[in-house]
Unconditional design. Structure first.
Length: 490
């Protein structure tokens, strides 16, 4: 089936982005909002987004006029009577969606495909409320819709043969890659992404590290386009909270219980970019009460590097090259480690001087303070890292520090998702690369880190936090035992 005329209901950030995507691909779009005020807001989103593209020289003014000219805005759903496809992007409240779909079912031709952009609600429940459940699918775009290249196409047990293929072909015409998935809470991306974001909020609440440090670690250390708190602000804290709630209802996994911090911020109206204020924001932000970072410079003195091998142009060499003296009675003992360092610290004459150092990628040094580390040693370690060009990420001396603690459970979840037969390795990797701009998918990351390192890191996390979901997935464990370094591809 070819789709030429489409309707988009709901012109918030996502709906307006989706309407723009269709219009850019040459389709005629009817955008529907509830009232004149909401319609004006939707028009504003469209004009700003295409206007920015013109300012950047990515779009000629006449092209922008053509794109906007393909979009008709209305407050009447009845105007959708002749479209081939409707995509719904209204708030994530099942009752609202069901009532809308009943209406669309009455208004649109029987052959029209009705799609929901729901992040997590049951597509089956929405489909079942209509007289055409076989022609109702999920079409899940990613924020910002004009930029992110993924669409998850969600079929249900009652979807008619061919409909998923037609919508997949349409996604291709829009310049997107489609991944066809079944109707499970969170589909592929949100099922993997949101627990990771929720976990970041939990680590901040536990005081393992502060907002800026966690964000910097994930951006600069792992190469993600945004840190978890910046991304939560983009997605919307209310949306994240709702998705977590739906995930928890389906899995009863306590890691999926929405972080109390998210609830508090949502209740306080700190929703992220959409309300101008969330974890970040010009009109105030929430940083978890982390101590102010720019403290007085330490009186940098002598150092000693211990721990795992540090040869060649390693940390000790870089510090020496920067003019610092190694000493047997140093001001700060930098213990290179990927595990908590308290056991090493207590063997020193003065444990207060030890700081754990975990280098992540080329740019980040996680700096673990134990319960005994002095403020002076922690500050000195931070300043030394800056001098050798590394971004310091101060954190508590806990298993996985920041990056491994956030990343490894996410990788473990991806293995479990594959092992459960929900999606292929290729689809999971593509979904995270294209939907979230990850530099590599979870299986690609697992293979580049080394399966054994991730398995061992998960065991350490499990031992520390006693969280059942941190226990390595059986498949991962088996591959490591069999000394296999790659996942079996199709
Ligand atoms: N609308 C349209 N275009 C936009 C845009 C927007 N809101 N934001 C950015 N862009 C465009 C810019 O114009 C620019 O285009 P150009 O290269 O043609 O000039 C391009 O995107 C890159 O933008 P910038 O250079 O300004 O900014 P960055 O390089 O920092 O990229 C980003 C911004 C694309 C948002 C990048 O940070 C990113 O990929 N972040 C991850 C976003 C993500 O994970 N999204 C998925 C969230 S999960 C989700 O949506 C599911 C839901 O159900 C919860």
């Amino acid at each position: 089936m070819a789709f030429e005329r489409v309707g988009v209901v709901g012109l918030g950030t996502m709906g307006a982005g989706i309407a723009e995507v269709f219009a850019r691909a040459g389709l005629r779009v009817i955008g529907v909002e509830a009232d004149a005020e909401a319609l004006a807001r939707g028009r504003g989103h469209l004009e700003r987004s295409t206007g920015k593209a013109v300012d950047k020289g990515r779009l000629a003014p006449e092209q922008r006029d053509e794109i906007l000219g393909r979009i008709t805005l209305t407050t009447s759903r009845e105007d959708l009577r002749d479209v081939d496809l409707v995509v719904e992007a209204i708030p994530e409240i099942l009752d609202y969606k069901i009532s809308l779909f009943k209406d669309l079912d009455r208004i649109c031709e029987p052959g029209t495909v009705l799609a929901t952009n729901t992040s997590s609600l049951s597509v089956t429940a929405i489909a079942a409320a209509t007289g055409r459940p076989g022609r109702v699918v999920g079409m899940h775009f990613f924020n910002p819709a004009p930029v992110m290249k993924l669409v998850e196409v969600v079929g249900t047990v009652v979807t008619e043969p061919g409909v998923v293929a037609d919508v997949t072909a349409l996604a291709g015409r829009l310049g997107k890659t489609a991944v066809a998935v079944g109707d499970r809470a969170g589909f592929v991306v949100n099922r993997l992404l949101l627990p990771y974001l929720n976990h970041a909020a939990a680590l901040m609440e536990l005081g393992v590290a502060g907002r800026d440090d966690i964000d910097a670690a994930m951006r600069l250390g792992v190469g993600l386009p945004m840190g978890p708190f910046g991304l939560l602000d983009l997605i919307g804290l209310d949306t994240a909270y709702e998705v977590m709630g739906v995930l928890f209802d389906e899995t009863r996994d306590r890691r999926h219980a929405p972080s109390p911090l998210l609830r508090e911020l949502v209740t306080a109206g700190l929703l992220g970019r959409k309300s101008g204020r969330g974890f970040y924001g010009e009109s105030g932000a929430y940083d978890g009460g982390a101590p102010h970072r720019e403290q007085a410079r330490s009186r940098l003195g002598t150092f000693k590097v211990v721990g795992y091998e540090d040869e060649g142009d390693g940390l000790a060499e870089r510090l020496r090259a920067a003019g610092f003296k190694p000493s047997e009675d140093p001001d700060v003992v930098l213990c290179l480690a990927d595990r908590p360092v308290i056991e090493h610290a207590v063997r020193l004459p003065d444990p207060a001087r030890m700081v754990g150092v975990h280098l992540v990628g080329e740019q980040v040094a996680e700096l673990a303070s134990t319960a005994l580390t002095s403020e002076r040693a922690a500050t000195a370690a931070r300043d030394l890292m800056k001098i050798v060009g590394l971004t310091p990420v101060p954190c508590k001396d806990r298993a996985g520090f920041v990056v491994d603690a956030l990343l490894f459970p996410f990788l473990n979840d991806a293995v479990r998702m594959y092992d459960a037969g929900y999606a292929s390795i290729e689809d999971i990797d593509a979904a995270m690369r294209l939907g979230c701009g990850y530099p590599a998918g979870p299986f690609e990351m697992l293979e580049s880190f080394g399966l054994a390192r991730v398995r061992d890191g998960l065991r350490a996390l499990y031992t520390e936090y006693r969280e059942p979901a941190f226990a390595p997935a059986s498949l991962l464990d088996q591959l490591v035992t069999a000394d296999v370094s790659e996942f079996p591809r199709r």
